[in-house]
Each structure stands twice: as C-alpha cells, then as structure tokens.
Design a protein. Structure first.
Length: 317
C-alpha cells in the first residue's frame, strides 16, 4: 500500500478494520486495512514529529505525544482536538504507553525522565521517574500494569513500579549503545529490547536475567513485536524484517521489506497478520507465520445472507 507519509507509529482499531498512523510532520492518517484505501488525512495535530500514539479502547480517541514535548487528544474520525495539548516534558517525547482502560498515560522523553499522567485531566501522577542518563527512547507497560519498562540512550533497560515509581533491581545491561525499542509478551513474563547495535535481547521480567543469547539483526533495530507463541519480530533501519521463535532460532528468511527504515509494526488481534510501516512510503501486510506479503482487496465483497427464490417455467399465478 503506497502512502503519502513517513509514518512513525501505526495502530489497529479493535476490530482490525482500520489502520491509524502518525508521521514526521505531526499529522494523522487513517487507512482501510483490507482494501488499502485512504480514509482520512493528512490531519494536522502537532507542529513537529509525533513519536508516540495510542488509541483508547473504544477507538474514539487518538492520544499523541510529540517532539514538541506535548500530549494531545483527538477525535479519531475527524482529527478534532478533544482538549488543549498540554506540555508534558521539557524535551521531545519519544515514547508513549497507556493502561488498559486508558485512564493513565506514561510518557518517555529526551529530557531523561518518564512521567505518568491522568489522561482526561492532564494531571501528573506522582513524581517523574529519573535514572537514565540521557534520553529515554522507549517505554512499555507489562500486561498486569504493575511494571513500567524503559529503554535509554545510556544502553540500559530499566524496570519501575508503576504505583510508586521506585526502580526495581539493577539496570539491565547488554546492549552496546542506545536502546530504542521495547516489546513485552502477552503473558508478561518476558520482554525484549532492540538496540542501535543491531541486536535484540530478551529479559526475564522477574529476575532481569537475559533469556538466551542475543538475536542478531545486523542493523539498528527500530521496533519490536512479541507474540503469544513466543515469536520475536524486529524491524530495522535498513528496511529489513527479522523473526525468531521462542528458542532463538530464526523463522524463515530475512525479509527485505522496505527501501528505508521501518519505525513501526502492528499485528492483528489473532496475530495472523503483521503490518509494517516504512519511510519509503509503503504500508505492508504480511501473513505472520509464512512471511508471505498480502495484497489489498480491490473491491468490497457483498455477501447475500438470504437465499434468492428462483422460479423456472410457468407458474399458476
């Protein structure tokens, strides 16, 4: 699917019918997933790049976090502002996460802090989380919402209590350079980090110990996905996609998917399909288990739910 954008984040609506994306120009777009059609956009949101975006559970609201240090709330269908943008950090916001009910937001910034916010009021929750040296480049929440996981320019991954903001254990070290991608598995027992060093590292949530050996992608890792069957998918700055199973063995061949960096991926709810958004202006769909690309349907299919009555020959009426 050709798109007129340099997407930074994509997400699927809860019915998997629509892809919502934001880009380097601070704009929002909407696309039909199956047909590949533009539904809306560009809709201007921020003055600069949007690096973080989440949807509320009812899909009505898009929450964004930008390089201008602000957080905004928008109507998904129209792009209309639902509240004034508020300044969350003194530097660009590079990561955004939410609780399941979307009442709480977590932001990570180049100013070296992580902060929690009440979404509807923009009130801060607790004190900023401080510990990284330099920019905090990614943030994620465990499925039980007890832990905040962060990744930093300082080559560390850190765990924090979400309720009181205290650091848990020592910083996790292993990457040789900035860590810029995080993903947490659906069961929450394991999470993965991707670095500028071209490796993906898996960590045990409780002990903080490495799980297996580093997975080598060979190019800076921009985004990650962990699926319920333990598969790790990584997208890189050179446009390649990589997959490994839970034992660390490669799944299929490396996919030369895009002609430029891939900054975001998403998966359908049943995890049968993977989507990747590249700075080559392409939004691609893949059958996850086989790596086969999926093409958009050309037209909508009409299904007749009521059988038609056909009469042949003469009739008595």
């Amino acid at each position: 699917m050709k798109i007129n954008a340099y997407p930074t984040v994509i997400a699927l609506t809860s019915d998997d019918a629509e892809i919502v994306g934001v880009d380097t120009y601070g704009q929002m777009f909407r696309w039909d997933r199956l047909l590949g059609l533009d539904l809306a956009g560009p809709l201007p949101l921020h003055d600069r790049t949007v690096w973080g975006m989440v949807l509320t559970p009812d899909d009505r609201e898009v929450v964004t976090a930008g390089a201008d240090g602000t957080v905004g709330r928008w109507d998904r269908l129209t792009g209309r502002a639902l509240a004034e943008r508020f300044t969350a950090h003194q530097g660009p916001i590079l990561g955004l996460a939410r609780t399941h009910d979307a009442l709480e937001l977590v932001t990570a910034s180049r100013d070296g802090t992580v902060r929690r916010w009440e979404r509807t009021t923009a009130n801060p929750l607790g004190e900023p989380l401080r510990g990284h040296v330099g920019a905090v480049r990614a943030v994620a929440l465990t499925p039980d919402e007890d832990l905040i996981v962060t990744a930093g320019q300082d080559a560390t991954v850190r765990r924090w209590s979400r309720t009181d903001g205290t650091p848990l254990g020592e910083p996790l070290r292993g990457h040789d350079g900035p860590v810029q991608a995080l993903a947490i598995g659906p069961d929450g027992r394991e999470f993965a980090s991707g670095g500028l060093d071209g490796t993906v590292r898996r960590w045990d949530r409780g002990s903080g110990r490495p799980v297996g050996t580093p997975l080598v992608a060979g190019a800076p890792v921009r985004c990650l996905l962990l699926t319920g069957d333990g598969e790790v998918a990584a997208a890189c700055a050179n446009g390649s996609l990589h997959r490994w199973d839970r034992t660390g063995q490669r799944v299929g061949a490396v996919l030369a998917a895009h002609q430029a960096g891939v900054w975001s991926m998403a998966a359908t709810r049943d995890e049968s399909e993977l989507l990747s958004a590249g700075w080559d202006g392409q939004l691609l769909r893949w059958e996850r288990l086989t790596g086969v690309p999926l093409r958009p349907a050309r037209t909508r299919t009409r299904i007749e739910l009521v059988p038609r009555l056909e009469i042949h020959g003469t009739t008595p009426f």
